[in-house]
Design a binder for this molecule. Structure first.
Ligand code: FUB
Ligand code: ZN
Length: 639
């Protein structure tokens, strides 16, 4: 069976418009800025210690380990991002910087292939002794992804060989053999990384090991319980595993029995990503079916309107279905990136527009909220309603911020955003067996087996997407253009002639022998819509969120004054979209009028206060908190 695949990164270029701008920001600002952070050179930022730890482990300088036991993974994600950047925009200085860094990493690696600066420098006797909590395989997974990306970008085997030795050590250590450890990692990641390594090297045993880790997870006797007894623990679980126990780690029951997302959201999404990969590569129809069902459960019962997942701050977890409070939303940037990763993988199983719709929702809203307009500060937690003083007091969690910050003590999110946007081309297109599928509309060019497609668009601010096709000689191929689920009335023309849209699973199918210069225009009218949540989402009852195209909006104090809870939106109020080139780097804002309830002098009263009409302005949620600290909310009462 031939599945859709990504185009090679260098075959995709983004050159104008909103997403291209974000990708450029990541390339030119975020990646160099994060390198400074990883080298502890940003004044006032939380210390990373990542590069320092490797230099110490390599014997290049004296010192002590700094940070969390998964600190290395921040550096690995950055190497992955920098490698993608090299693939699309070769840069000798960056390549040389990476070469030097990789030489240090190679020097730090132990002769048997082991690589983890925390255990090398702090607990050398405790390797693999606490898989439940200590993330060793998670960190290894991120290095494997980095090694694969660096090899693909440069053709150099320097890091690939390092991670190959590490993967081989893991393969010797873990498995069903009498001398092997029947364990798996408390934080999934190694599984999807091993699949990538298998795909890059053609070595099947890496994929076998990924499957082993998944099959083993949650089996009885539970490895984490056995391991905890071996460590002499009394069976008490760490604080973040309250309520869900080993379900926090998706390990309370065998993975193949999971029907509802459970536990830590990033872990759940990374697990699902690996399940989809394996379902495709083996192939495994049962795993594919289960993956689709899990995805459907996530999208239908556990997802914020911004595409975020993971409600509960304590343990960063999925909660009960429909428990989606806007103010207490955790919605970690990494978890939304996990949503994007899973959607992309599902599109490689089958071309269904509904997957790309969710990918787009998560990308344009939750993920992009993680990144400031200037590319130098980041959010980890992405609530849908903020009253700064309340948010600060309510969460004694250092990761909840009301303003983006340059770095975190636990900095998983910033380099995750970097690697996603540095590889945006992977997400926008698929080479299909019969042609090209376009999932995300962004200005630029894609080269594929059938030829070249140039895309001109100001999406998501404007509804027109124009394609110029330059086929390879006399190429007959099919163009699959996504018809976003939010669009009620798409229109299509071919060389100026209106076409009847053949909608196949959410994609307009255009099959013909293309001539150089053929033009397709897709119009995706995007009026301002009021989105309502299912009545079971009790926290959003009676409220609406504003959406235009894929972009979810919010109101901010800077535009609407304080006490945003006093605002309500009359059902009949007219709302208009307006291009605002001077607002937030240039975007479309929504304007109209709302009602504001006057503040009373009693906490409770039997009087009905008379609301006054006030102007309302909403801005894209992803761009909030770029104009100082203040209140923000996505859901507005409808009156
Ligand atoms: O534990 C490693 C990463 O840090 C997780 O994916 C994030 O949720 C944060 O806990
Ligand atoms: Zn994160």
């Amino acid at each position: 069976m031939s599945y859709p695949t990504s185009l090679p990164l260098p075959s995709v270029a983004f050159d104008h418009g909103f997403l291209a701008g974000r990708a450029k920001l990541v390339r030119d600002t975020v990646i160099p800025w994060q390198w400074e952070a990883l080298n502890d050179r940003i004044a006032g930022a939380e210390r990373s210690g990542c590069v320092h730890n490797f230099q110490v482990a390599a014997g290049e300088k004296p010192g002590k380990f700094h940070g969390l036991f998964w600190q290395d993974s921040d550096l690995a994600k950055w190497i992955e991002a920098a490698s993608y950047r090299l693939a699309t925009h070769p840069d000798a200085a960056l390549a040389a910087e990476l070469d030097r860094l990789i030489a240090t990493i190679a020097k730090a690696q132990r002769p048997d292939g082991y690589l983890n600066t925390y255990f090398q420098l702090v607990e050398p006797a405790n390797r693999w002794a606490n898989l439940r909590d200590c993330h060793e395989l998670y960190v290894a997974g991120h290095f494997i992804e980095a090694g694969v990306a660096h090899f693909a970008a440069t053709g150099k085997r320097t890091l690939l060989d390092v991670v190959g030795r590490l993967a081989d050590l893991i393969g010797r250590t873990f498995g069903p053999g009498p001398e092997q450890v029947p364990g798996y990692c408390g934080h999934e990641e190694i599984e999807l990384a091993l699949v990538k390594l298998a795909r890059a090297t053609g070595v099947e045993r890496y994929r076998d090991l990924a499957l082993y880790f998944i099959e083993q997870r949650g089996r009885s006797p539970n490895y984490f319980e056995v391991e905890a007894r071996r460590r002499g623990e009394d069976g008490k679980l760490p604080w973040h595993m309250h309520h869900d126990g080993l379900g926090t780690l998706q390990a309370a029951r065998p993975v193949r029995e999971l029907t509802e997302p459970v536990g830590h959201a990033v872990r759940m999404m990374y697990l699902l990503a690996a399940m989809i990969d394996l379902a495709r590569d083996r192939p495994d129809a049962a795993l594919a079916e289960q993956s689709r069902a899990l995805w459907a459960a996530i999208v239908q019962r556990h997802m914020y309107v911004t595409g975020g997942v993971g409600t509960e701050p304590y343990g960063e977890k999925f909660c009960e279905p429909f428990d989606l409070p806007p103010d207490r939303a955790y919605a970690e940037t990494c978890a939304a990136i996990g949503v994007v990763m899973c959607a992309r993988r599902l599109l490689e199983l089958e071309l269904r527009g509904e997957y790309a719709d969710v990918m787009e929702r998560a990308l344009y809203n939750n993920v992009l909220a993680g990144l400031a307009l200037d590319g130098r500060t980041f959010f980890y937690v992405n609530p849908l309603e903020v009253v700064p003083a309340v948010a600060k007091r309510r969460y004694e969690c250092h990761l909840v911020r009301t303003q983006r910050v340059p770095w975190f003590g636990c900095a998983c999110c910033p380099p995750n955003v970097a690697r996603l946007f540095a590889s945006l081309g992977d997400y926008a297109y698929s080479q299909t067996v019969d042609g090209l599928a376009v999932h995300l509309y962004a200005g630029g060019t894609a080269r594929f087996k059938g030829g070249t497609v140039q895309v001109a668009t100001e999406y998501p601010w404007q509804d027109r997407v124009e394609f110029r096709i330059d086929p390879a000689p006399a190429a007959g191929f099919t163009l699959h253009l996504r018809l976003p689920g939010w669009c009620r009335a798409p229109r299509l023309t071919l060389n100026g002639v209106a076409q009847k849209i053949e909608n196949v699973s959410g994609y307009a199918r255009l099959r013909r022998v293309w001539q150089s210069g053929d033009r397709v225009v897709l119009d995706l009218p995007m009026p301002v819509e009021r989105v309502r949540a299912d009545a079971r989402v009790f926290a959003a009852a009676g409220q609406v969120a504003l959406q235009r195209g894929p972009v979810v909006y919010c109101v901010e104090e800077v535009d609407n004054g304080p006490q945003l809870s006093a605002l309500s939106l009359p059902r009949a109020a007219k709302l208009e979209a307006r291009a605002a080139p001077d607002v937030l780097g240039g975007c479309v804002i929504i304007e109209g009028s709302a009602l504001r309830t006057p503040l009373g002098d009693k906490l409770y009263s039997i009087e009905t206060p008379a609301p006054v009409t006030v102007p309302l302005r909403a801005v894209p949620y992803a761009l909030w908190a770029n104009r100082g600290e203040g209140e923000m909310r996505v859901w507005l009462r409808e009156s």
